[in-house]
Design a protein. Structure first.
Ligand SMILES: [Zn+2]
Length: 720
């Protein structure tokens, strides 16, 4: 009998069991693996892009490595400094420390609820981080890798202080957008320097003034590491992903530039020198040091203060860094250089060198309907919200099978529901449930098999082949491919089970039925072990239904090749996954985010007031409506959905508009057409391209059509 449960996700007890890794031993057999995970900013909720890009892959990797008997330490934490956090704090009327503590706690909970098992997830505001980062700074200074230089920085004479780039606003020199920031233009997306802004002024004070004044800063002499980095990269690159290689080689080819590592700011790690009280270390410099400082903190926490050395001081350690592609150069160029310089100093004082990154499997981006998650607004974006609605395993499954490993991937609700229902529920879940309940009902335990037939021989051989292939893929961070292979085996198992008809055999040939069911339980057990890194909660429960001792995550990876023990008592399983309903997911009542839940107002019935939106003839006459001829249609350089269309509007000359018509018309179908056009719409800049007016079209929801004059009219003719 299927027992239905109403809770969506795992119980607090299961979360605790699944998300707490065992304390790794510091010696004994096995390889030493350091899993370093990019530090998310502590100024907002985690979204699914974070999970897919940098949090889920290392968890799969670390679980696999632990099951292989290796010594795994997985570290990360919240990146707490930098101006985005100061801006969030100002907006929320709080101290920066309050903001980061709040989000750090939220992130820790979300990560655990997702089944991501860190050995430590700390933050960059700890005393430990500050002390060890200052040691790195002082050591680099002593080694001659830092240099004091004077630069010009934006200064607010009204407030009497230097301003970070993000606190300077002005007009973008590229697109003319008037609210561009000193680091970037949000309209055209170009990276800027405060010097380039036209009419710069302090943020929020358009009448204020900015001066550029000299200020003294420390520069990290990155250029001095060029040769050593080239050698290091040549040594490691053979096993790097193409995107990691490309980003890194481009930086090296352009030649490394010295970079300032301090700035005029009071939120951040202080500089351990007199005369620098109003300056702090740049966040890009100190946050990457967190991989090292957090290992030291972990060792303190487990009461073995020297334990971190096992991972950091052995040249044998495989240190693997998981991150999004935007972070690659920080992990293949900057962090290795800091480590090289710091290690020179450590060696000089009789300490061991620290290990350099071994692999840097960077992911591409996960988009939501073509847009970056971080910039999207809609249902199911934020992790706390997602976890309130879905079992974490179904989300982990979809993110893994759709992982942005070598190219950007797209999240769509249709595909999410299809993959979960067809693969996880109908293929794997169905096999597990049928095989387990049928065996339990007829034998109560794993039955003794008779002689294997050719189908059983073939299936057992497939288990071995798949296990070997998956082991190699997981060791090389090919998570999507490995999962596809495992799920292929589940489908084969389903076909085997159906074709063998155990329900018929159990009446006609009990020994043959026992052979089929034993082989089926062998397959289910192997699948459970191989899927444990991907769907930790379901496999944790399944392992118990199989009557196995201990936790699946503490079981040896190679045990997937062993058949189940004859006589092992089985339990009736609860359903592992339930089907998802697309309509239910997309219903408009669904909460948009976990942020303070505002009760949705019921839609108002139309009243006289809301329907009374008549316009006068004078108001209508204000619109300059014209017939225009489409001259050319090109893709927008920076927006996938938009065309840039050039129009001939007769006496008004040529106009250019941006229009989202790609789904409805190919460029060829449009060129030469006469269309209805609003000529006096206020121009707008769409992603860097000015749009001067609007083409009118009929829109039924799924069909869109131009309005074309019924008789030949010249371009520029008025519509009234
Ligand atoms: Zn711009």
């Amino acid at each position: 009998m299927v027992k239905e449960t109403n809770h969506v996700g795992p119980s607090p007890e299961e979360i605790d069991q699944v998300s707490t890794p065992p304390v790794p031993g510091v010696d004994g057999p096995g390889r030493t693996v350091l899993v370093c995970v990019a530090w998310p900013y502590a100024n907002g909720h985690l979204h699914l892009g974070h999970i897919a890009g940098s949090l889920l892959p290392p968890d799969i990797f670390a679980r696999f490595q632990r099951m292989q008997g290796n010594r795994v330490l997985m570290v990360s934490g919240s990146d707490c400094h930098g101006t985005p956090i100061m801006l969030t704090a100002e907006k929320e009327g709080k101290a920066p420390s309050e903001v980061v503590d709040h989000y750090n706690a939220e992130h820790i909970k979300a990560i655990r609820d997702f089944g991501i098992a860190f050995d430590i997830f700390t933050k960059t505001t700890t005393e430990n981080h500050e002390r060890n980062v200052q040691d790195i700074f002082t050591t680099l200074l002593d080694q001659g890798y830092l240099e004091k230089r004077t630069t010009e920085a934006p200064y607010d004479p009204g407030a009497g202080r230097f301003l970070p780039d993000r606190y300077v606003e002005g007009t973008c020199p590229h697109c003319g957008y008037t609210d561009a920031r000193g680091d970037q233009c949000d309209d055209c997306g170009k990276t800027l320097d405060a010097h380039e802004l036209i009419d710069p002024h302090p943020k929020g004070a358009p009448d204020g003034r900015i001066e550029f004044r000299p200020t003294e800063h420390f520069f990290f002499l990155l250029s001095r590491f060029q040769k050593r980095l080239e050698e290091y990269v040549a040594d490691k690159q053979p096993h790097w992903r193409p995107n990691t290689k490309n980003f890194t080689n481009n930086w090296l080819k352009e030649g490394l530039q010295d970079r300032p590592i301090t700035r005029d700011l009071t939120w951040g790690v202080p500089i351990p020198l007199d005369g620098f009280e109003d300056k702090r270390l740049y966040v890009w410099f100190e946050a990457v040091c967190g991989y090292y400082t957090s290992a030291i903190e972990w060792a303190e926490r487990v009461g073995k203060p020297d334990a971190w050395r096992t991972w950091w001081e052995s040249p044998e350690t495989e240190s693997v860094y998981f991150l999004g592609k935007d972070n690659i150069p920080f992990h293949t160029i900057i962090w290795p250089s800091i480590l090289m310089g710091f290690s020179d100093g450590r060696e000089a004082r009789g300490e061991k060198r620290l290990v350099l990154p071994y692999d840097v499997p960077a992911n591409e981006f996960l988009n939501l309907d073509g847009k970056q998650f971080s910039k999207s607004r809609g249902i199911g974006i934020w992790v706390p919200d997602v976890l309130g609605r879905f079992d974490p395993d179904v989300v982990r499954y979809y993110l893994s099978v759709n992982m942005p490993e070598n190219r950007d991937a797209n999240w769509t609700w249709e595909d999410f529901v299809a993959k979960v229902n067809d693969e996880l529920v109908d293929s794997f879940g169905n096999l597990v449930h049928r095989a387990l309940t049928f065996t339990e009902k007829n034998f109560g335990a794993v039955p003794e098999p008779g002689t294997l037939g050719p189908d059983e021989e073939r299936l057992v051989a497939r288990i071995r082949d798949v296990h070997a292939e998956v082991t190699d893929d997981l060791a090389h961070s090919r998570f999507k491919k490995a999962l596809r292979t495992i799920m292929g085996l589940a489908s084969e198992g389903n076909r085997y089970f159906a074709a063998s008809e155990p329900w018929r055999l159990v009446k006609e040939d009990k020994e043959r039925a026992a052979t089929v069911l034993h082989t089926s339980m062998f397959l289910v057990r192997s699948l459970c072990l191989m899927l444990a890194p991907y769907i930790p909660f379901a496999t944790h429960r399944l392992w118990k239904y199989l009557g196995e001792e201990g936790a699946v995550h503490a079981t040896a990876w190679v045990a997937a090749l062993e058949p189940p023990t004859v006589g092992m008592k089985l339990s009736v399983p609860e359903v592992l996954f339930r089907k998802l309903d697309l309509k239910e997911i997309l219903q408009p009542e669904a909460p948009e985010s976990s942020a303070p839940q505002k009760k949705k107002e019921k839609p108002k019935m139309p009243t006289a007031e809301t329907t009374n939106n008549e316009v006068t003839i004078d108001e209508f006459a204000k619109l300059d409506l014209r017939i225009a001829t489409v001259k050319s249609v090109e893709d927008h350089p920076d927006a996938d959905r938009l065309y840039v269309i050039k129009l001939d509007v007769g006496d008004l000359g040529e106009r250019q508009v941006c229009a989202g018509l790609k789904k409805f018309y190919a460029p060829d179908e449009m060129v030469g057409k006469k269309v209805a056009f609003i000529a006096n719409l206020k121009p707008a800049v769409l992603r860097g391209v000015e749009s001067q007016g609007m083409i009118l079209a009929g829109d039924s929801g799924d069909a869109v059509a131009f309005l074309t004059p019924e008789k030949e009219l010249p371009a520029g003719a008025k519509i009234r």
